[in-house]
Structure formats: structure tokens, C-alpha cells
Design a protein around this ligand. Structure first.
Ligand code: NAP
Ligand code: ZN
Length: 334
């Protein structure tokens, strides 16, 4: 099957129309007619080969929504016509200890939707049906797309570190991931502090559920927040003064990085010993967390704020994302 898509032919290039022959539909696969695809900052990192993992031609796009148009012989949980979403991960071995424990996102043999495979910025996607998730009725497709990578990536650490009404959660960087973290944390009943470098977002962040909005880059303001926060989730794809953020944590506090901050993290050990603080990372979410997140989002009406544009405007979308102008997730539509 010939698929019309958009690809970067070399690192850092603008996307161009690109047609490819999809691999034969495997027994465990589904074919999806793509209606929407969100633009995640990881797509930008992939286009730029920032992680030395990209393969070209590269069709980005891993917040994919569409209708199932064909199913492999072994697929029993999805039928033609089902509306599904696909995120960053496209497969796992399903046999290792981590998969058996339900942590497929930690499987050593996992594959990503748009590394070594062509992603969702096209008309069709063939992928493993076990990573295609039925979408709740009533959830708009454009608004479901950002949940499939951005949503699950912030929902997972909120669940893992016990976000609840007793805790204060700080969200550092309020873009595609961050604005969903603010909304989820507010729905969990947490006190929510949003840290932003964009003063014009302040009013919107309060409307999303932030109880307090702080500058993410003003050292003086950050020093004033010492001992205030239980869980900090950083979505920032840049380096910040992590020592100031550690100081903002209460005892047993956690600084969890989901944003791909470049370079080394350097903090004095004493900052971790005193107050038993931790720095950790979090990697998307497993399938169980994805299903739980979609149900939670539907129940609590966690609706991403999206800018919807035609798929042909993909390069404009990428430019806006690079320039931090997206409010708050750009979703491309076929
Ligand atoms: P995004 O929409 O561009 O949001 C990132 C936000 O970070 C921006 O909106 C901005 O928020 C802030 N920011 C950007 N540059 C900054 C700078 N120089 N200084 C301070 N703040 C800055 O990106 P995204 O799609 O949310 O993705 C964020 C990061 O998460 C990326 O690195 C992406 O690769 C990573 N990611 C990781 C996973 C995972 O599994 N761990 C999954 C998905 C994405 P303000 O305007 O509020 O300051
Ligand atoms: Zn992503």
C-alpha cells in the first residue's frame, strides 16, 4: 500500500511530501486512516536528530488519531471502524519481565512509532494493534491527539508519586505537556504551581487550574519558594537552574524530568541528602496507564487546548512549536 505522508529527508530539514510503501499488514497490526496528529516537541528533537537515533526519510508524528480500516488476523480487540489513538510506542516484546509486569514502556525491545518506522504525519498508519487504544466516545479527535503522548507522559508521574489533595505539584514549562500536567494535577486535587517563562500565559494557566503562577527562570523568585513543593514535573526542553528547583522541594520531594533537558545535570549531593530529595526521569507510560489516563481525561473533562491546522501546514506548525508560539498543542488534520 502506498502512503502519502510528510518527511524530513535529512536532519533539520523542512518536511516535504513523501510517499512510501507500507510494510505488509502483520497478524497483530491495524491499519489506521489518520484524521489527526499532534505535534510534540519530541518530533522536533527527532527532525533535528538531537538524540542521534533518527532515521531518514523521517515521517514524524506520534499523537495519532484515526479510524481502523483493516485489522490483522490475530487482532480481536479492535474492529474496522473503531476510532483509535496511537502514541510514542508502537511495539514491545510482551515476554520480558518488564512487559509481564505491565511496564511495556521499559521493554528493551520496544519500538517507537517514528524511529525506524514512518509516523503519523500522513494519510495512513500501520502499527501493532496492541498499541492502538480505543478512544472514549464524546472525546473530540483533535482533542484526543495530545493525550496520546503529552497526556500519558505527565499523567504517569502524577500517579506514580501520589498526586493528591495533600500535595503541592509544580509544573515547569507549560507547553503541550505542561498544560496537560496543570489540568491533571488540578483534577487530582493538588495545589498547583505553574512555572513559566511566558508571562502572557499567566491568565490562561489560572483558568486551567493553576493556583499560583511563577517565573521558571527568575532566580530571585525561585529562591523565595524554598520548601514549598512536593513534586516538580519539568517539561522544559532546555537547561534550568535545577539547584533552585531542588531547594523549592519539601522533604522527600521529587524533581521528575520528562522534558529532554540537554547536557548534564549537576547538583551538589548535599542538596539531595538534606531533606531526602530525589531527581528522576519518566518515560511515556505503559498501556495500563494509557487506558487509565484516557478514562480519567474523559471523566474529568481534561480537554487539551489545541490549534488545529491542515496537515499541509505542517512546517508552519513546526516553526510555531520551535518558537514556543503554540497554544498549547498544534494538531494537524487530514
Ligand atoms: P513544548 O510544547 O514546546 O513545551 C515546552 C515548554 O517548555 C515551552 O512551552 C516553554 O514553556 C518551556 N520552555 C521552552 N524553552 C524554554 C527555555 N529555554 N527556558 C525555559 N522554558 C522553556 O514541548 P512539549 O511537546 O511539551 O515537550 C516538552 C519536552 O518533553 C520535550 O523535550 C519532549 O521531547 C519531551 N517529551 C518527553 C517525553 C517522555 O516520555 N519523557 C514524552 C513526550 C515529550 P513556558 O512558555 O511556559 O515557559
Ligand atoms: Zn511526544
Amino acid at each position: 500500500m502506498r502512503v502519502q505522508a510528510f518527511a524530513a529527508l535529512v536532519a533539520k530539514a523542512a518536511l516535504v511530501p513523501f510517499a512510501y510503501d507500507a510494510a505488509a499488514l502483520g497478524d497483530e497490526d491495524v491499519e489506521i486512516e489518520v484524521s489527526h496528529c499532534g505535534l510534540c516537541h519530541s518530533d522536533v528533537h527527532l527532525i533535528d536528530d538531537a538524540w542521534n537515533r533518527s532515521t531518514y526519510p523521517l515521517v514524524p508524528g506520534h499523537e495519532v488519531v484515526g479510524r481502523v480500516v483493516a485489522v490483522g488476523r490475530a487482532v480481536t480487540h479492535l474492529a474496522v471502524g473503531a476510532r483509535v489513538g496511537v502514541g510514542w510506542q508502537r511495539s514491545a516484546c510482551f515476554a520480558c519481565d518488564r512487559c509481564l509486569a505491565g511496564h511495556e514502556n521499559l521493554c528493551a525491545a520496544q519500538q517507537a512509532t517514528c524511529i525506524g518506522h514512518h509516523g503519523g504525519l500522513g494519510e495512513r498508519l500501520r502499527t501493532d494493534a496492541r498499541f492502538a487504544f480505543a478512544l472514549p466516545d464524546g472525546m473530540e479527535s483533535a482533542e484526543a491527539a495530545p493525550l496520546l503522548c503529552g497526556g500519558v507522559t505527565v499523567f504517569a508521574p502524577l500517579r506514580r508519586y501520589g498526586a493528591d489533595a495533600k500535595r503541592t505539584v509544580g509544573v515547569i514549562g507549560v507547553g503541550g505537556l505542561g498544560h496537560l500536567a496543570v489540568r491533571f494535577a488540578a483534577a487530582f486535587g493538588c495545589e498547583v504551581v505553574a512555572f513559566t517563562s511566558s508571562p502572557d500565559k499567566r491568565k490562561e494557566l489560572h483558568a486551567m487550574g493553576a493556583h499560583e503562577v511563577q517565573s521558571s527562570t527568575d532566580a530571585r523568585a525561585l529562591r523565595g519558594l524554598a520548601d514549598r513543593i512536593d513534586l516538580l514535573i519539568s517539561t522544559v526542553p532546555a537547561r534550568l537552574d535545577w539547584i533552585l528547583y531542588l531547594q523549592a522541594l519539601r522533604p522527600n520531594g521529587v524533581l521528575c524530568l520528562v522534558g529532554a533537558s540537554p547536557g548534564l545535570l549537576q547538583v551538589p549531593a548535599a542538596q539531595l541528602l538534606t531533606g531526602q530529595k530525589s531527581i528522576c526521569g519518566s518515560d511515556i507510560g505503559d498501556r495500563g496507564t494509557m487506558v487509565e489516563m484516557l478514562r480519567f481525561a474523559a471523566r474529568h473533562r481534561i480537554v487539551p487546548t489545541v490549534e488545529t491546522r491542515p496537515m499541509q501546514d505542517v512546517n508552519l506548525g513546526i516553526e510555531r512549536l520551535r518558537a514556543n508560539q503554540a497554544r498549547y498543542r498544534i494538531v494537524l488534520e487530514n
